[in-house]
Design a protein around this ligand. Sequence first.
Ligand SMILES: Nc1ncnc2c1ncn2[C@@H]1O[C@H](COP(=O)(O)OP(=O)(O)O)[C@@H](O)[C@H]1O
Ligand SMILES: [Mg+2]
Length: 270
Amino acid sequence: MKSKYQVAKNVFLDSIDISDYIELDSSTKAYTQLKHSIEKPLKMILLFGRPGTGKSILLNRLQDKLKYQKEIHYFATPAITEKEFFRKLFKVLTKKDLPHSTEVNFSALVDFCKELRGEREIIILLDEAQMYSGEIMEKIRLLSDSRAVKFVVALHQTDDEELIAKEHFQTRIWETIELKNASREELTVYVHKKLLKRNLFDIADSIKENNMKLIHTFTKGNYRECNKLLFTLFEICEYYDENDSSKLNESHIPQRLIEMAGLKLGYIHV
Ligand SMILES: Nc1ncnc2c1ncn2[C@@H]1O[C@H](COP(=O)(O)OP(=O)(O)O)[C@@H](O)[C@H]1O
Ligand SMILES: [Mg+2]
């Protein structure tokens, strides 16, 4: 028989499947803010936060929710080259494929966008924007000046990229929405809701307050790190379930197992 821990483990596989989206206070707040911002005559909106704070899943959620009401497009990762990026953008804007060997004429694209003003309003969600070059970002800004295209730019905040964010984007961004790591309460809601969504009531119940305290300490409330830790924790539980169930406690996850998972992932050292 398949161990229930195996099912629990797979709940925490890292994914940005919108059907797995969970309403959390902070994500709901950011979602509402984002939705509100794109209604305003803003040209660029910045979605900012450390890796693993839920930017991609939020952009996907926004796209999914608004796709029947608005022209809204999600660009997951930057194209390899500037040329490809503008081809992709060309297709979205003109609804036409560019003949294969042809390059996008950028100033013609800007003119095209100016013509669209008042006619169409296109929203482009640019994920992983820290990977776009300064030249591309400059061109994106020129396109957004047409006011026919709005950009939501999701940017990873890391210590040295904070600088890039300041210098490069500061004068061009009109509104900033920030996602942060979760508080202990919020992380608890996240973990429980994820398990309950798959009907894993007993397991959800067995994760107690002291367990969550340790999980929060190890992961600092980062959702991706939390996924990794719980995946590893349930992998360990699965192993004991099959080999030595005396190490398990059905009603309360032993702290020791969370420590083992933390050790394996390098959160603590022996
Ligand atoms: N509101 C949420 N609902 C469900 N899962 C979430 C939510 N926020 C974050 N996550 C989880 O956290 C992980 C990291 O989120 P992601 O959007 O990839 O972060 P980022 O793009 O900021 O690096 C995702 O794989 C997802 O499982
Ligand atoms: Mg992401």
